[in-house]
Design a protein around this ligand. Sequence first.
Ligand SMILES: C[S@@+](CC[C@H](N)C(=O)[O-])C[C@H]1O[C@@H](n2cnc3c(N)ncnc32)[C@H](O)[C@@H]1O
Length: 237
Amino acid sequence: MKQLRQSHERPDVRTMFDRVAKRYDLLNRMITFGFDSMWRRRVIEEADLSPGGRLLDVGAGTGDMAFTAHKKEPAARITAADFSYGMMKKGRSRPGGNQIPWCCTDALALPFADGTFDAVTSGYLIRNVVNPARAFQEQLRVLKPGGRVVCLETSPPKQNLLRPLIALHLKVTIPFLGRLVGGNQAAYTYLPDTTRNFMRPHEMVTTMREAGFESIRYELLMFGTMTIHSGRRPDTF
Ligand SMILES: C[S@@+](CC[C@H](N)C(=O)[O-])C[C@H]1O[C@@H](n2cnc3c(N)ncnc32)[C@H](O)[C@@H]1O
């Protein structure tokens, strides 16, 4: 398969994550009411890692997903990749952070050979990239045949009774916490904006299918505001 070498990274997004890195973990816990740890465990279950298996977490940030994977399957070989030095520096300083290989790279041009990993995970990466289809193509390329892709993302709020409350959380609470705790309201206005304008779960299924994945399914969490998509790289193309 042809490798995608061209870089399409967004320096504005990278700089933003560099800036919020120090307070990112704390804010994440506050914004998700601590549920994000549970969702990450679910992602790692779906990745179905075996001892010695190779996992790539793309858009790894400060390493929450990689740490969760390490806890579940300590004998797995886990690589954390991100384009923000700030986020990875924070992750590396966490307990056990120096045992994880960190790779500074653009998710749209991964520096790994075809068929390297048994599973590829990502948490809240896809809505930040300029080309989600390309991100999934790259994840497919670096997966072994039969390898698993698992993606945790926010989903635009549905029309239901809870929508006004969710809208309040997105429009008011998150930017407020961003300013108060993170000292950066702009970054935490960006987050709700990207959530509202992001793909719906069925659109994500189409993007993943067009990238080449099969057996795609998704699970809605937190009143439909979070989604875990998973799929499989076919044995042959
Ligand atoms: C919202 S954070 C999520 C971090 C972590 N996965 C988590 O679940 O907490 C998104 C991460 O994706 C990274 N990112 C965004 N676009 C990227 C790209 N094109 N290549 C690599 N990393 C990217 C950012 O630097 C940031 O660390």
